[in-house]
Write a protein that binds this ligand. Structure first.
Ligand code: A2P
Length: 279
């Protein structure tokens, strides 16, 4: 036989749990979203997350490759055929520095084991549902905003999104605009469901119509005044929170001060919290 190389043959590992990327959209130099095929057997609840990633670089000596996985909230709703994710790009992030260059037709790894606390099952019945997001913490709410149960269970849905700059609001703003006028969505969620949604975007570092951290706007009452709703009330209000660690802690404090209790899948209460993926 013919020797074509003096290097030992390296096994090419077949990607485990591979899914194919179908679409990629870039919003800023820090943010992008992408869609991929959904494993036929995957069932999840809107708001949950899965581990996704890519194969890491080959080990310099052994040539072995290990999967590089991170927790990502599923941004698409449970009923959709494809899956969507919303991601930050961390310049030296082991995963996102590669993932940001992904193209349609390429494969990612998606472990089909969904988990998470930002699910309707973890909340007691209520009238008004708050989604509090910062940055990529919008992702689970992108799923829940497109989930019919959200509008079956609540009379009002308030989504706040705080980002540093105006451009970082684009993904969420476009999603909500499209959602309200989408025919299929109106059929699925019930005609006029969009009137239940109040969208409250704020920025902290770039000038915009509404500036300030949402925590400040809760504390000084501006949020409630602007929306024309009463202050937080454990009888009627439920909340889901997703952002940075510091944000989550500060909101938790405010919700608890208002008398709301933190819930879990095994113990439904008045609010639930999850840390956003941070790279
Ligand atoms: P700020 O610009 O005042 O830090 P990041 O990109 O750092 O995750 O932040 C996303 C958004 O969340 C920013 O607008 C940031 O405001 C805001 N933020 C960060 N930490 C907190 C916190 N502890 N409470 C309220 N908002 C926060």
């Amino acid at each position: 036989h013919t020797v074509v190389t003096d290097q030992p043959a390296k096994a090419v590992p077949a990607l485990p749990d591979a899914q194919t990327v179908t679409e990629v959209k870039h919003y800023t130099d820090r943010l992008f979203s992408f869609r991929c095929t959904r494993p036929a057997s995957l069932r999840f609840r809107s708001g949950e997350f899965v581990m996704i990633g890519l194969m890491g670089d080959p080990h310099p000596e052994t040539g072995k490759q290990k999967p590089l996985l991170r927790a990502y909230s599923i941004a698409s709703p449970a009923w959709e055929e494809e899956m969507e994710f919303y991601s930050i790009k961390v310049p030296d992030g082991p995963l996102t520095s590669k993932l940001q260059h992904i193209q349609p037709g390429e494969e990612i790894i998606l472990r089909p084991k969904p988990v998470g606390t930002l699910v309707h099952d973890a909340l007691l019945p209520g009238k008004r549902l708050y989604f509090f997001a910062t940055g990529t913490g919008f992702a689970p709410f992108a799923s829940l905003l497109r989930e019919p149960q959200t509008y079956e269970d609540y009379d009002e849905v308030i989504i706040t999104h705080t980002c540093r700059d105006v451009d970082e609001l684009t993904y969420g703003r476009d999603l909500i605009e499209d959602l309200k006028k989408d025919e299929l969505m109106n059929e699925l969620m019930g005609e006029g469901f969009g009137d239940k949604i109040q969208y409250y975007p704020t920025t902290t570092r770039e000038e915009s119509p509404k500036m300030g951290r949402i925590t400040t706007l809760i504390e000084n009452g501006e949020l409630f005044e602007d929306l024309g709703v009463p202050p937080l009330n454990p009888e009627t209000d439920r909340a889901m929170v997703c952002g940075s660690l510091g944000f989550n802690l500060d909101i938790k404090d405010l919700l608890e001060k208002a008398g709301l209790k933190e819930g879990a899948n095994s113990d439904p209460q008045q609010f639930v919290i999850e840390k956003a993926f941070v790279g």
